[in-house]
Design a protein around this ligand. Structure first.
Ligand code: CTP
Length: 409
């Protein structure tokens, strides 16, 4: 049997990037031979094994044929006769379809190395269409390697467009899609992920609520970029530049969905878009079964981001309501994530990327003033239940009034 390194490990070594996961392909072996060498099978009828010591994945060279819709609809053919070239041709991108032996000799029948040098994400063969998840994968690689100048090849974008129109994307499970989306959002240029999905028509299928923002104008005084979709991309870009976590990036992507619902005659104003957007945010959250912390932050940022921008003008009672809505006493981190999402929203505007955002520290100060109210003295007075809650609220309001005064003097 011959063993080769394949996929991301070869690609990333040639790019001079750190290699974390190594995938191997085994040519000329049977499952029985692998078991005899101590490899552990990954699944009952899937020709992938784990190395007894390293735990790395070793897959028998295989061909795949699509036999139905969605990811389940595959039949595999793994046998010692399947060649390395046959295994490589069923893979997604040329840059992912190279193999390397233990002497670092490259097998590159589909010119992945040339495409790496030319900075092109190109599909290997029509077999690309067999797994619709690859539409998201290509967009994710585009987001990851945008900083190196990679672009999607026109013919690959065309194939992605056909796949998006074919209805195949609807067959993807929430789990597989979310895995790609969440990884893509954590790349260095997540806005490129959304842009590529839009360019091939996949955004309209996966997140029509985000797609609908493009072409919707906003008032130029606050938004020199005008277009709501462009603004959303810029907010996401800022979130990545500021190394924000997934929760914040997800909230940034969804914060303005309500603007897509504004009747044209009201443009460029978007009255109550925060509230109108909530049902759309909920729908997107649920479609991809986003983790609870992502769901919650997206809804809260959607509802309250304009409060964040107007923080300095808010009455003490409104500030208190805001802090209560976030349950800032038990969940201080979530409020901090809200603050930075608002800041990204303020900076994700053309020419305003470097603006200062005094609202952030002001809100932090308000949170600590309210959190500074001690419960113990109220308990000592014998208060409990709803009475205790009311008394706490009164004390916090007092603290916020004092905070507002001290901040304005
Ligand atoms: N692959 C594919 N189609 C998929 C998933 C994977 O063709 N839908 C192939 C590609 O050749 C890929 C390899 O399997 O390089 C390994 O896949 P995976 O580990 O998911 O990705 P990597 O390319 O290693 O990329 P990453 O750095 O994102 O893990």
């Amino acid at each position: 049997m011959q063993i080769y390194k394949v996929g991301g490990a070869v690609r990333d070594r040639l790019l001079g990037k750190p290699v974390t996961d190594i995938d191997w392909v085994v040519v000329g072996a049977t499952a029985e031979e692998m078991l005899a060498k101590g490899f552990r099978p990954v699944g009952a009828d899937f020709p992938v094994f784990l190395h007894p010591k390293s735990g790395e994945e070793y897959a028998l060279a295989r061909t795949e044929r699509k036999s139905g819709r969605g990811y389940g609809g595959f039949t595999f053919h793994a046998s010692p006769e399947v060649t390395l070239e046959e295994d490589l041709i069923r893979r997604d991108l040329t840059i992912n379809a190279m193999a390397e032996d233990d002497q670092q000799n490259l097998t590159d029948p589909y010119h992945g190395q040339r495409d790496l040098e030319d900075r092109i994400l190109r599909h290997v063969s029509p077999a690309f269409a067999e797994d619709p998840l690859r539409v998201l994968r290509v967009a994710r690689f585009a987001a990851r390697y945008a900083e190196l100048g990679f672009k999607v090849a026109p013919e690959t974008l065309e194939l992605m467009r056909q796949l998006s129109e074919s209805g195949e994307l609807e067959a993807l499970t929430a789990e597989r899609s979310w895995k790609e989306i969440s990884r893509a959002l954590m790349e260095s240029q997540p806005q490129v992920f959304i842009q590529v999905l839009r360019d091939c028509g996949a955004l309209k299928v996966l997140m029509p609520e985000v797609d609908a923002l493009f072409g919707v104008p906003q008032p130029e005084v606050h938004h020199p970029e005008i277009d709501s979709g462009i603004h959303t991309l810029s907010v996401l870009e800022q979130a990545a530049l500021h190394k924000q976590p997934l929760t914040v990036r997800w909230a940034c992507l969804l914060h303005d969905l309500g603007k897509g619902l504004t009747p044209e005659e009201e443009w460029p104003r978007h009255i109550a878009h925060e509230h109108k957007g909530l049902k759309l945010i909920k729908a997107v959250n649920e479609r991809f079964k986003a983790p609870k912390d992502c769901q919650e932050l997206a809804l809260l940022v959607g509802q309250y981001h304009t409060h964040g921008h107007r923080a300095l003008e808010l009455k003490a009672s409104t500030l208190l309501e805001l802090l209560q809505s976030f349950d800032v006493y038990r969940r201080p981190q979530r409020f901090e994530e809200f603050i930075v999402a608002c800041e990204m929203d303020a900076r994700g505007r053309k020419g305003l990327e470097q603006r200062s955002y005094p609202q952030a520290d002001y809100l932090r100060g308000a949170a600590s003033a309210a959190r500074g109210v001690a419960v113990q003295p109220l308990l000592e007075k014998g208060l409990k239940g709803p009475e205790l809650g009311e008394a706490l609220k009164r004390e916090r309001l007092k603290a916020l009034k004092a905070y507002k005064e001290s901040a304005s003097s």
